[in-house]
Design a protein around this ligand. Sequence first.
Ligand SMILES: Nc1ncnc2c1ncn2[C@@H]1O[C@H](COP(=O)(O)OP(=O)(O)OP(=O)(O)O)[C@@H](O)[C@H]1O
Length: 313
Amino acid sequence: MTDTAIHISGFRKEYPAARRKEMRLAVKNLDLDVPAGGLFGFLGPNGAGKTTTIKMLLGFIPPTQGSATLFGVPVEDPDARRAVGYLPEQPYFPKFLTAQEVVAAHAGFAGLHGRAGKDHTEALLRRVGAYEYRNLRLSKCSKGMVQRVGLATALAGDPQLLIMDEPSSGLDPIGRKELRELLQELKDEGKTLFISSHLLSEMESLCDRVAVLHQGELVACGAPSEITQGDDEVAVLLESMDGDETLAQEIATLGGSLAPQAEGLRSRLVAPAAVLYRVMGLLEQHKARVISVTQRHETLEDAFLRLVGSTGQ
Ligand SMILES: Nc1ncnc2c1ncn2[C@@H]1O[C@H](COP(=O)(O)OP(=O)(O)OP(=O)(O)O)[C@@H](O)[C@H]1O
């Protein structure tokens, strides 16, 4: 087994654009390495190319250019998928089947039949919290219930690599918490998890590494702490200093800014944490009345918005 679970070299995908002769470029020359073991977050706004990349990795659609391997095996080789469990963005199963029948079928696809298949199915249903409704037909299940069944099918056969497209989709807050615990358990078992998600605060606490895709291009890749900017900021809320141009200029020379709040009764000062004492000295000189001082570190969500713009376009 290699140290690299996923290796992507120069992935590019062009789709035919509707009613036009030109092509839509969904993924542009993507290079990416995902180390074996740990949770890798694959992030990006809607339409960034995450699902397209996942589909190319699983051999569902061919790349226009480029290649990839899973644990060193080229993705065109069906053997590459032996060690992979996949949860699609919207898992679809025949609705006339029960949760148990669906999971048992996937245990069978993974080579587990008879007693072994039955035991594995039961263990999977319990693990994802779907055991209680195992005999319910999927036509009677809610979206979140079907999502749990999808999770169980992805785990069938105990794969080394799990590729999940928005695994928390449709889950309620309890389901999301249980999912976080399950992902942590799988990580602790040494599995590799490659997860596309929009839930950045959850990703920040769970991921060992993340990649941010924007308009089909990689704009950042590394540990969350490498992607977020290291310099902390302080935000000082003041009784209105509107009109004190000298103070605003002095704050600007320290690399900060001072602006009135929307209702005009208060002003908000933001400056690098390193100059906090100098800022406080200036506020004293200008007889400013301080309401609160808070220090903050850039979160993964802040970094994401900085990298892709607040509209994601
Ligand atoms: N089958 C298709 N035919 C044509 N264009 C497609 C097809 N599938 C995806 N696209 C386009 O490719 C781009 C990337 O889509 P993709 O689904 O990979 O993004 P995504 O990052 O997974 O988005 P989301 O977060 O909304 O799921 C989008 O512009 C989308 O419209």
